[in-house]
Ligand binder design. Structure first.
Ligand code: NOJ
Length: 512
């Protein structure tokens, strides 16, 4: 287990929208280098960089054309290596985004594989044995290749699935077992890509759709076996490299597959986690919503189960949002977001902050989709630095996406010195986390009060106890442990003997 994860706080950077230094309207690697001190100033000591590889950008770079080449619009491989080096000098780790399940349909492997002529890449992707073969349970693209086959895609039509084999073989004519030499060759190709970047200084990977490798693998046993093999490679040759899964099933990702971390609260896979988000019928029952209709039990049930089962093996990663989800401003007001952030950064595991969430950047509604973003586009708008042109993101007249043009758009400049800002809460809490081991990834965690449809939520991290009341009414809770010190508070609360009373939308951290 990489030791640095114990005190890691990640910042997710969507490179195209972060900082443009050459005026072409698109963020670049040089821009990230220039803003490393800003990242450090937030208290973040690690970065997850969304895909920076050569790509036609049909899905924002999750459609890779060349895994070993940085996209020209971001810079060169040398720029990326320079980013690794400078970040390391500043004590910041960099995780790249690894897309193991599919490539772009413009990747040379696919260009070769789709030809009629047989080659050693004919089985690199999943092709049926005839163009007339299209079982509806598979997402197949039909009648497109010279080869008399249809092919399976993982996500968009431009993302053909790489072939790691089938666990349960239902169509033996075209489905290969996982131990077929051509499927094993796909695993080797993946390891080769990982080694390539780890050798240049990358500190690990966020793994896209980590559970997607082997098909018809209901329980994910064969997929987990592949990752276990990869973890072995890391343990042997890159013991400080870290892997975080986009899986949202910590038992499978961490215990079975050997990931160091797994993201929690993936809105697609855990529809019952109403910590922030809407219920399926559109009602806002997120726990932090001030309407008081939230049920903390919906969250603690899932979180505690994963936490207890994976403790000692790896970490659950909470995040403020990511490039696929609406920003918290879509669901919550500013005061509620402060509470949500304060909780995210005081839970065990390794937390992730999405660029701009420290400012309370808005989810911009109604944008035309850009590079496969669709409803996600509103979460991907340019970072807001200052009051300059394009809020300091770029000098271009034509930025990658429109910049928030509202009069109250938060920027680094106007939030950094605002004592009432989300920025202040986020940076204060991250600082406390670094100063106190009890608040870090491995610190003890115990839930003291989390009752069905009730407030407050109270939990203990070692010598700290944290109380949260997201509602607009006072909430009190019996508490007979003597309090040594009030460490941090948002809004009003009162500690009396035997009882703690929390005012509307308040957060309190005490030392016992
Ligand atoms: C998950 C990524 O986060 C998302 O942005 C992407 O579109 C899909 N995987 C497909 O790679």
């Amino acid at each position: 287990m990489p030791k640095w994860l114990k005190d890691a706080v990640f910042y997710e950077i969507y490179p195209q929208s972060f900082y443009d230094t050459n005026g072409d309207g698109i963020g670049d690697i040089e821009g990230i280098i220039q803003k490393l001190d800003y990242v450090k100033g937030l208290g973040c000591n690690a970065i997850w960089l969304n895909p920076i590889y050569d790509s036609p950008f049909m899905d924002a770079g999750y459609d890779v054309r060349n895994y070993k080449k940085v996209a020209e619009r971001y810079g060169t491989n040398e720029d990326l290596i320079r980013l690794f080096n400078i970040a390391h000098q500043k004590g910041i780790k960099i995780l790249l985004d690894l897309v193991p399940g599919h490539t772009s349909d413009t990747h040379p492997w696919f260009q070769q594989a789709k030809k009629a002529e047989k080659s050693d890449l004919s089985n690199r992707y999943i092709f049926t044995d005839s163009v007339w073969e299209a079982p509806p349970q598979y997402r197949l693209m039909c009648g497109i290749c010279e080869r008399d086959s249809n092919y399976l895609v993982n996500f968009f039509s431009s993302q053909p699935a790489l072939n790691y084999g089938f666990y349960d073989i239902t169509h033996p004519a075209w489905q290969l077992p996982c131990d077929h030499p051509d499927c094993l060759a796909t695993v080797e190709a993946l390891k080769d890509i990982m080694r390539f970047w780890l050798d240049q200084g990358a500190d690990g990977f966020r793994v896209d759709m980590a559970d997607s490798l082997v098909k018809n693998d209901e329980e994910k046993v064969a997929t987990a076996k592949i990752w276990k093999g990869i973890r072995k490679m890391l343990d042997e040759d890159y013991p400080e490299a870290a892997l975080v899964a986009e899986w949202s099933n910590p038992v499978r990702a961490i215990n079975n597959a050997g990931f160091h971390m797994d993201f929690c609260l993936d809105h697609f896979k855990n529809p019952n986690n109403y910590l922030f988000r809407f219920t399926e019928d559109g009602e806002n029952k997120g726990f932090f919503n001030k309407n008081g209709k939230g049920n903390i039990k919906d969250f603690t049930r899932t979180f505690l189960d994963g936490y207890e089962k994976t403790k000692g093996n790896g970490y659950i990663s909470m995040f403020t949002c990511n490039h696929d989800t609406p920003r918290l401003t879509h669901y919550l007001d500013k005061e509620a977001i402060k509470l949500g952030d304060a909780v995210i950064f005081t839970l065990p595991g390794v937390p992730f902050l999405y660029y701009g969430d420290e400012l309370g950047m808005k989810y911009i509604e109604g944008l035309v989709s850009k590079e496969g973003g669709f409803s996600r586009t509103g979460t991907r708008t340019p970072m807001q630095w200052n009051s300059g042109k394009n809020l300091g993101f770029s000098t271009s007249d034509n930025p990658y996406l429109p910049v928030d043009d509202s009069a109250d758009a938060p920027t680094v400049e106007n939030q950094q010195n605002d004592p009432d800002s989300i920025y202040k809460v986020v940076t204060d809490i991250i600082k406390l986390r670094h100063e106190n081991e009890d608040l870090q990834a491995d610190g003890d965690f115990e839930i003291l009060y989390a009752e069905e449809n009730k407030v407050p939520f109270v939990y203990k991290r070692g010598q700290f106890v944290i109380f949260v009341n997201p509602t607009l009414n006072d909430a009190s809770v019996d508490f007979d442990i003597p309090v040594k010190e009030e460490v941090y508070k948002i809004k009003e609360s009162k500690v009396e003997s035997g009882k703690v009373t929390l005012g509307a939308q308040s957060f309190l951290m005490v030392k016992i």
